[in-house]
Design a protein around this ligand. Structure first.
Ligand code: NI
Length: 258
C-alpha cells in the first residue's frame, strides 16, 4: 500500500459522498414539487366544487362588454358605394344626408369629374368616406390596350391625390370589367358589389330601396350612383331602414378586411 493508493481511495470516497448528497437533494426537491402541484390541484378542484359563481359571472360579463366595446362580432356591417361621381348637384346633398346619419360610405370616382370638382372629393375624404378609382372617362378597360388602361387608372389616382392628398388603394372598374393582367402593374384592390338595384335605370327611389332591402344581408356591398335625386333618396331610405335593424354602415375597406 502506498500513500498514493490511500489518497486515491480517499478522493473516490469523497466523490461518492458528493453524488449521494446531490441525489438526496434532488429527490427532496422533486418530492416538494410534486406535493405542491397536488396541493394546488386539490385547491382548484375544491374551489370549483365550492362554486364561485360570482367570479365566473363577472368573467363572462367582462368578455361580453369587451366585445361590445370592440364592436366587432356583435355588429352587422354593410357598405354603400357610389359610382361615377363626384356630381356637383347630388354629391353635396348625399354627403349632408350621410353626415346627418353618421354613415361612412365609399365613392368610386371618375378622374375627369374629380378634376372638375376636387373640393367634393376633398370633403368626402375629410368626412371619413373612402375614395376609390372608377376610371378616368368611364370606359370598359378591357377594350383598351394595357397602356391606355393604366393611364385611366393612374390619371384618376393623380386627380384624387391632388384633391385630398392621398392615393386610392381600391378600384371598381366600369361594368366590373378589370384587366387581370394589370394586377401586378396597378396594384390596387378590385372591389365589385353584391347588390345592384340598377338605380340609374329608374327615377323611383322606392323601387331602388325595395330591391336592396329584399336582397340585403350582413356584409353586403351595395352599388348606387350619386348621380340623381332618386338615388340619393333611395340611399337615405336604405340607411334609415337598416340602421333601425341594427346595421352599421362602413366603408368597403372595413368589409373586406374581415
Ligand atoms: Ni360607373
Amino acid at each position: 500500500m502506498t500513500v498514493g493508493f490511500f489518497m486515491h481511495y480517499f478522493n473516490r470516497k469523497r466523490i461518492v459522498h458528493k453524488i449521494v448528497a446531490g441525489l438526496l437533494f434532488f429527490v427532496i426537491f422533486l418530492t416538494a414539487g410534486i406535493l405542491a402541484a397536488i396541493a394546488a390541484e386539490y385547491y382548484e378542484v375544491h374551489r370549483q366544487q365550492a362554486g364561485h359563481a360570482d367570479a365566473a359571472d363577472s368573467r363572462y360579463l367582462t368578455s361580453v362588454s369587451d366585445r361590445i366595446e370592440q364592436g366587432d362580432e356583435l355588429t352587422k356591417k354593410i357598405a354603400l358605394t357610389f359610382d361615377d361621381g363626384p356630381n356637383p348637384e347630388y354629391t353635396p346633398i348625399l354627403l349632408d344626408e350621410l353626415k346627418k346619419r353618421g354613415v361612412k360610405a365609399t365613392f368610386f370616382v371618375l378622374g375627369s369629374e374629380v378634376e372638375l370638382y376636387p373640393q367634393l372629393v376633398r370633403r368626402a375624404g375629410e368626412e371619413g368616406h373612402l375614395i376609390g378609382v372608377h376610371s378616368y372617362k368611364h370606359v370598359n378597360l378591357r377594350q383598351l390596350s394595357d397602356e391606355q388602361a393604366i393611364e385611366q387608372v393612374n390619371r384618376t389616382n393623380e386627380a384624387i391625390h391632388d384633391a385630398c392628398g392621398q392615393y386610392a388603394s381600391y378600384i371598381r372598374p366600369p361594368y366590373g370589367c378589370w384587366k387581370e393582367d394589370l394586377d401586378y402593374e396597378v396594384q390596387m384592390v378590385e372591389v365589385l358589389w353584391d347588390i345592384d338595384p340598377r338605380d340609374w335605370a329608374t327615377t323611383s327611389a322606392d323601387l331602388v330601396a325595395d330591391r336592396v332591402l329584399q336582397e340585403v344581408e350582413e356584409n353586403s356591398i351595395i352599388l348606387l350612383h350619386d348621380a340623381s335625386d332618386s338615388s340619393v333618396r333611395a340611399a337615405c331610405m336604405i340607411i334609415d331602414r337598416l340602421q333601425a335593424q341594427g346595421y352599421t354602415f362602413v366603408t368597403v375597406e372595413e368589409i373586406l378586411m374581415e
